[in-house]
Design a protein. Structure first.
Length: 139
């Protein structure tokens, strides 16, 4: 099996601002669906380091990780622009300092802050939906 076809470990951040709204982003990669920011864990990188790095790269925010929300598996989701097998590790985070979002315009073409319950009524990917439901159940 080539590295291209192997499952990929990715981290996701359910980021809360001071108003307890969550940050959702949108890009071509998830076919018009909003999702939580995150990305791939690099070789030799801890998941928490990868999470902070990815968040800063994608949306320009510094975050504090509050808790691990859970993991989930995405195998060949028809919503993703490529055929991929992902293993998602999702974390609850709070913004540190500025809440000014600066999308990188590659991974994050659009963003919004929204109340978690309102997010569930939106066009979001199923992995983001599950992370939000876990958060709401545990809060």
């Amino acid at each position: 099996m080539s590295d291209e076809n192997r499952p990929r470990v990715v981290v996701g951040a359910l980021i809360l601002n001071k108003k307890k709204e969550v940050l959702l982003i949108k890009s071509f990669k998830w076919k018009g669906h909003f999702y939580i920011p995150g990305g791939h864990v690099e070789e030799g990188e801890r998941m928490t380091q990868a999470l902070k790095r990815e968040i800063y790269e994608e949306v320009g925010l510094k975050v504090k990780i509050s808790q691990f929300l859970g993991f989930q598996e995405g195998i060949f989701s028809p919503l993703y622009h490529k055929r991929r097998h992902f293993i998602f590790f999702d974390y609850l985070c709070q913004t540190i300092g500025s809440e000014k979002v600066t999308p990188d315009e590659i991974e994050a073409e659009e963003f919004l802050w929204v109340k978690p319950l309102e997010a569930l009524a939106m066009k979001i990917d199923p992995f983001t939906r599950r992370a939000i439901k876990i958060y709401l159940k545990n809060k």
